[in-house]
Design a protein around this ligand. Structure first.
Ligand code: ATP
Ligand code: MG
Ligand code: MG
Ligand code: MG
Length: 469
């Protein structure tokens, strides 16, 4: 059986053979790009090549890119543990053309790799195209011989790919695999498309536009190609599995989690192991790329992911910190492909150990408060915002951690109430600060901080957590 490490190599070798330069993954923190929190796709490091601002000595490239999707336009945090196909950290395999080949060659490469080198069954594959893209539909018919009902036209943004609010973008064609009617879910474009029956494995973007913040969408001078295929998704297929978490790599992390918590990997704690395995990868790779847990910006997103994993370890009955014990298993699996992980191993372990030790001091009490609160409100009602705010402010529970805990019980948080409590506290802080001196300057400072704060560019709430850290 080909391992994920083998499959990564097969992909890169295929495109190397077809005259692509093999380029290293870029770091998870994009260089000089304040519009993006974390690298969320393979094209990020090539952004300026598509727009023509920069040129290099190659026009074709291929990469296995580290990606994190835990915020901003692409946020899969809430899917993790629950869908068969989402991670917060994953590897995106990609091939790129910068003003070199375009639609017909990209589709021909994709079809050849999938059906010849990877040997997938053609009859299980179907594709989507942007609703106006007759050209792409025609190429699929010609190259792959797909019948019309296997070329689905989609009018939504799902088939017009964007990295974020600005930057190069364009219509795309996506390739799906049908895992069979014993699994719930409908084809793309149908009402139940979010099920796990039809799984998107590869997206080919026809880069031909640039989006500006003021709403303008202009045609680019060059026509380029940007593709992305999740290694874990194609890996699951090639290993005869339906679920990414059943691939060799993810499975070894799940087993490490089960071992460290003396639990059954497939028992009632299954979801916890999946979340832990996933969050272990995102937190470790973020630390290896220089992000440290903190109370704002990227560091706060890292802390949120960590704490979430730590609650899941706690739910498995772990009495002591767990996450740091799993790092060696991850390094064994991925250290050869990503040497930065091996180099940072000691730092990752120490950071996870310290964070988990600190968070455990309040986790028990916070969970108890949560139970008490729930006992006081009617069955099924939302947790009042004030209680969620207290968990955040006093016990260091990020809002999404509380939401994640409630989700297991089919309940939710009154988010508007939470925001109001947060606002109230900020107003109090403002009042006491301006009272302490230089009122006029203080007021201006707060106005600037709020207008220019990190909240906007990170795309979601990254307010400073007071209290326990
Ligand atoms: P989905 O619709 O399944 O959420 P997507 O359309 O958001 O996927 P793209 O932005 O097109 O994904 O990214 C290209 C490829 O990267 C996808 O076709 C998929 O194989 C992979 N991918 C995307 N998000 C994830 C994720 N969270 N975990 C694992 N693989 C992913
Ligand atoms: Mg998605
Ligand atoms: Mg999609
Ligand atoms: Mg897609």
């Amino acid at each position: 059986m080909a391992s994920l490490n083998d499959i990564r190599s097969t992909y890169l070798d295929f495109f190397r053979r077809n005259d692509h330069r093999v380029v290293d993954s870029s770091p998870l923190v994009p260089r000089n790009d304040p519009t993006l929190m974390f690298t969320n796709s393979g094209m990020v490091q090539f952004k300026n090549l598509f727009t023509g601002v920069e040129t290099r000595d190659y026009k074709r490239a291929t990469t296995a890119q580290k990606c994190v999707r835990a915020g901003g336009k692409h946020n899969d945090l809430d899917n993790v543990g629950y869908t068969a196909r989402h991670h917060t950290f994953f590897e995106m395999l990609g091939n790129f053309s910068f003003g070199d080949y375009f639609k017909d060659q990209a589709i021909a490469f994709a079809w050849e790799l999938l059906t010849k080198d990877f040997g997938l069954n053609k009859d299980k594959l179907l594709v989507t195209v942007y609703h106006t893209d007759d050209e792409a539909a025609g190429i699929w018919k010609k190259v792959a011989g797909l019948s019309d009902d296997r070329i689905i036209r989609i009018a939504s943004d799902d088939n017009f790919w964007r990295m974020g609010p600005t930057g190069p973008c364009g219509p795309c064609t996506e390739i799906f695999y049908d895992h069979g009617d014993h699994i719930w879910g409908g084809p793309p474009g149908s009402a139940n498309e979010d099920g796990d029956r039809f799984i998107e494995i590869w997206n080919n973007v026809f880069m031909q536009n640039e989006q500006f913040a003021d709403g303008r969408l202009i045609p680019l001078e060059m026509q380029s190609i940007d593709t992305g295929m999740g290694l874990e998704r194609i890996g699951a297929l090639l290993q005869g599995k339906h679920d990414n978490y059943d691939t060799d790599l993810m499975r070894s992390l799940i087993e490490a989690s089960a071992h460290a918590t003396s639990n059954d990997p497939d028992g009632p704690g299954k979801v916890h192991h999946r979340v832990i395995a996933d969050h272990l990868r995102s937190t470790s790779f973020l630390i290896a790329d220089g992000v440290m847990p903190s109370n704002e910006g990227r560091g706060y997103v890292l802390r949120r992911i960590m704490r979430r994993a730590m609650r899941h370890a706690h739910m498995l009955g772990a009495q002591d910190p767990v996450m740091f014990k799993l790092v060696p298993a991850l390094v064994r699996q991925m250290g050869a492909a990503y040497p930065e992980l091996t180099r940072a191993q000691a730092l990752i372990e120490e950071t996870l150990r310290l964070e988990e030790t600190k968070f455990r001091q309040t986790l028990d009490r916070g969970l108890k408060l949560l139970d008490d609160e729930l006992a006081h409100i009617p069955e099924g009602a939302d947790l009042p915002g004030g209680a969620a705010f207290k968990l955040y402010d006093t016990y260091g529970f990020p809002l999404d951690l509380t939401q994640d805990a409630l989700r297991e019980m089919g309940r939710a948080v009154d988010v508007a109430g939470f925001d109001a409590a947060m606002e109230e506290q900020k107003a109090k802080a403002r009042a006491s600060w301006s009272g302490a001196g230089g009122t006029a300057e203080a007021k201006v400072w707060f106005e600037i901080a709020e207008a220019k704060g990190t909240t906007e560019f990170l795309g979601y709430d990254t307010e400073t957590a007071e209290g326990v850290v």
